[in-house]
Design a protein around this ligand. Structure first.
Ligand code: ADP
Ligand code: MG
Length: 344
């Protein structure tokens, strides 16, 4: 096997092998295929697209269309841009039901479903609490308990009412703030692959931080090899790999984003019940047929912990999870039976 390209991502390491020599076999491909790579900053991270195309012009056009879709979805789902459709909706919290785009309705519906299935461990209404923790991280001080209490009073997916027939959303409490940070990138990855497939660029992969979605395998390969960064030495060579083909992988953990105060390490993932960042060292990797599922679930399992988390993932067709944590007892590994590691 040739040289390995390693690309460090949040918790995931993309290990790519140069095709030996590229041959556009099967699936009606006539011309030989070449690999092209594109990177653009979006959604507070770098989006990387790898695509096999017959020529540069086709690859460029595909990447342009894909990134345009990413930018469009960011304009809908961003919680940083005051002008996003999501933030415009939030400004009407406490008022009447609001008609929203199909895209926003879709992702809110997915989020609500996951909230219900997880007993509220996943909850996009955590916005007010997440904001406090973001500030805490900046100033290096834990959120004020009184402020946290006030923010928590606004959290709870029951106060987000979706009307499927009219495609409206009602946010019952003034001050409610939605945050799609735990699920938006995974779904955007699905959309990138869909846009590329529409252009017959099916052999592609998109990586957005710790969220990766793959289409068909590269020519001459059974799939895309993705390494999972070791918990305590994220820069070291991965010990575990997964193989993706028309599937997705997402990793959530405390490796990239956390706040350490008085010797305690709080994750940017919070328990919606307590408003407190998940403590300790852990990494959750979920594989699933779709990015929206993998991304939503990795965050949820981080909140639920290994036992309840594994059970929940088992309810999702084709999904599997690897949970690694470090406690006083050492490193513990929990794996669902169908978590398939790729041996190399
Ligand atoms: P990333 O890949 O950016 O690390 P994750 O998928 O791990 O993202 O999700 C973390 C983000 O999700 C947080 O930054 C926050 O915006 C949001 N979030 C935190 N806790 C929850 C929760 N319990 N339910 C839903 N969203 C959450
Ligand atoms: Mg997630």
């Amino acid at each position: 096997m040739g040289r390995t390209f390693l690309l460090g991502l949040a918790g995931l390491v993309l290990a790519l092998f140069p095709p030996s020599p590229p041959r556009g076999e099967g699936k009606g491909e006539k011309k030989p295929l070449t690999r092209f790579t594109f990177t653009e900053p979006h959604m507070g991270t770098r989006f990387k697209i790898i695509v096999y195309a017959p020529d540069e012009k086709t690859a460029n056009a595909g990447a342009k269309a894909a990134f345009a879709r990413v930018a469009q979805l960011d304009g809908i789902m961003s919680d940083y841009r005051p002008t996003s459709e999501l933030m415009r909706l939030c400004r009407q919290a406490g008022g009447k039901p609001v008609k929203v785009s199909d895209e926003l309705f879709f992702i809110l519906e997915k989020s609500k479903e996951l909230s219900e299935k997880s007993g509220g461990a996943f909850d996009i209404t955590v916005g007010p609490v997440v904001r406090l923790w973001r500030r805490a991280r900046k100033v290096g001080r834990l959120p004020d308990p009184q402020e946290l209490k006030k923010a928590l009073a606004l959290v709870g997916h029951e106060a987000m009412v979706l009307d499927t027939k009219d495609r409206t959303v009602l946010l019952k409490k003034e001050g409610m703030l939605l945050d799609l940070g735990a699920i938006a990138k995974g779904w955007t990855g699905d959309e990138v692959i869909r846009v590329l497939k529409e252009r017959r660029l099916s052999r592609a992969l998109v990586a957005a931080g710790g969220d990766i979605v793959a289409g068909d395998a590269p020519p001459d390969a059974r799939g895309w090899v993705v390494g999972i960064a070791p918990l305590t030495a994220p820069e070291a060579k991965p010990e575990r790999y997964v193989l993706l083909e028309n599937s997705a992988v997402s990793t959530a953990g405390d490796v990239e984003q956390f706040i350490e105060i008085a010797g305690k390490r709080y994750s940017h993932i919070v328990d919606p019940k307590t408003g407190v960042g998940i403590l300790g060292r852990f990494s959750v990797t979920v594989t699933a047929p779709r990015g929206v599922t993998a991304d939503g679930l990795d965050t949820t399992v981080a909140v639920l912990g290994p036992e309840r988390g594994l059970r929940l993932v088992g309810e999702y067709e084709g999904a599997a999870v690897l949970f690694v944590r470090k406690t006083d007892k050492g490193v513990e590994v929990f794996k669902s039976k169908n978590f398939k590691e790729h041996s190399r």
